[in-house]
Design a protein. Sequence first.
Length: 761
Amino acid sequence: MSSRRTLSPQDYKVGWICALSTELAASEAMLDEVHNPVAQDSIDHNSYTLGRICGHNVVMMCLPAGGTGTVSAARAATRMANSFRSLRFGLMVGIGGGVPSEEKDIRLGDVVVSSPNAKSGGVLQYDFGKTVQEGRFVQTGTLDKPPEVLRAALSRLQAKHMIQDPGFLQYLADMAANHAKMKAGFAHPGADKDILYDGLYNHPEGPGHGTCIGCDPARRVQRAPRGSTDPVIHLGLIASGNQVMRDGATRDRLRREMGMDCFEMEAAGLMDGFPCLVIRGICDYADSHKNKGWQPYAAATAAAYAKELLYTVSRDAVTEAPVAPGTTSDPVAPETTSEPRFCPETKSDSDTESNGELESDPETESDRDTGSHGKVKKEANLPQVCLVCEQRCESLPALYRHLRASGHGSQHNRLKREAVKGQAKRESSSATNCRECGKEFRDRAALFDHARGAKHDQLYIVSAAGKGDLEEVRRRLIGGADIDARDEQTSTALHRAAENGHMHVVRFLLDQGADRIAERYPGHTPLDEAVLRGDLALVKVFFERGTGTGTNKRTDPNSVAYAAQTGNVEVAKLLLSQGANIDATRKINIKGLMIPADATPLYCAVDAGHENLVQFLLDRGAHQGRTEHGWYPLCLAAERGSVAVVKLLLERGMDNEAEFVKVLGYAFESLRERTAHLGHLFLDRGLPVEGAENDGDPLRHAASIGSPTLIRLLFRRGAKLRDKRFPGDVMGGYKPNCASSSSDATTATELIDHFRSRGAI
């Protein structure tokens, strides 16, 4: 390679994007010349390799570690376009999972290139659509085709390969010759290592699961051997999504429905906003047998083909191609800087930054002065609802420079004057009547949210998620929104999506790394929102998809309690299978329910009267112990009057029988006349008819609540009256005075008759 040069950012016309460091290494090995770094946009955190390939100045970049997926790719491409504003197109170069079929004999090491057909632009997002009857997936919407200059080059290169040996084979040989360390690591692993299993055969777990040593040879697909190990180029449809495809049956089903030749994880994020071609070296078959052994070679074949493709494209054709959309716009995404937004309980950003370039023009001075004395218009409901209209890009000087560079010609001066007039109008709202505004502001200041407009933008992702608007969520993330931003109720986007049952948004957010254990209030996670809905399918998504920052925490203390409260046995089963504690106590009261914060799942099930859930929890070994505040499930069941639930709890009992007898007494004291029909159940289970003196005595309790039913029951069971058991004050015992405290005269008379018949009067 020649010595390094330093070029201007405007000299680079081709973007080259990789997702993995292995892909970047293979790509950098294709450079004919390496250039020095250049200044980047202030909001651009990408790391670039600059150089020259076949006469084209190329910007190479790799996604941040752990940042694979469509949104990560889109965000990185947007930043690249902001720093290198003369880019014409991009190449997405790297590895993918092949989809072999009878029509196309795709092997490991082959290359699949995105090519449009009548129904698609060459790339489709297979996890963004809708599922219709019988589970069939229907794609909704389309993605852009590769730019015309690249499609023309593909056709020429395809014809060239029919006549002579591909040039990329020489590029692979040059890589090995020029980079000794890559000679072995990026070489072809050998045809004997290229094994395809039928789609229904899953890779076995256990020892050696990282290889296919333990896989059944009988399940291998027999294919005719090739004459050489040279890669074959396939033009076709590439399926892009946010999850790694690792299931042969699903792979084959999607191929039958959509006809794709390759699966990958980034391209769909680029195709709608950044014109590009996707080139994928095949490193596995998108099934459970995947391993990393073929990744280096597959990355090298893709990079070598990309280099030959650029060799086919003339420099003039690239220069004449349209500049990639977004590369000449302000760094702030248009949808977050210029569209009016209706945002309750927020305030627009009204500050104006430096404007020296505009003020220095004498032609605009009078225009600026003209508007400086306008009247302030006061909105009656301004403190409650504001229309957030962010009307500047990054600053007025940035707008000025943008207009000057955009080639408006004779319109330049008019646009400049209009910009200054607009600035003057904004200034007038604060320059006139300041005293009156100041007084009004002091009275109303507490009602405003003084966060800057950029912070308002963070709320939109939460709102969009709550409405199920996946496209808006995706746009906000690409524009730089915080995926874990919180609204005024401290809910994240994942909370809102789960709360409203938007499964497609939940999947997407989890795939993008949303925090699945973010707490809306103590212990209340997005998973809990799904559990409270009783939506088993949605709960499963949290355990099947990405786990965000909570990879070591599958459930939380509230989850099973919420499932118990809603009475959903299947959800409770799933949570317990994921390691939830069956006796965990909740951290906070369930919304709108008067049960203690330290209630167990069993207590919650009893409270809600879910007999099936009570039975399930008892069968799984749930304990009947009391909460920290002294609450017992049996006492609650007695108070509720649920015969079936009381019977279940009495039948199961507790390990310590003596303790359980005490609990029987506490539960009996929870009875009232309306629940007196349960009294015999406690006596049958072992509650003594005569309790201890002064405390815990069933007859005393029956008299104190004025229950003839319980008193008759106890007398029939042999309860006796012995005055020595009740010393002193008659009002402290169950004498007629106590009984007659009942508000019902008939009940009081009946109780007095009972005591008289027993000789207590």
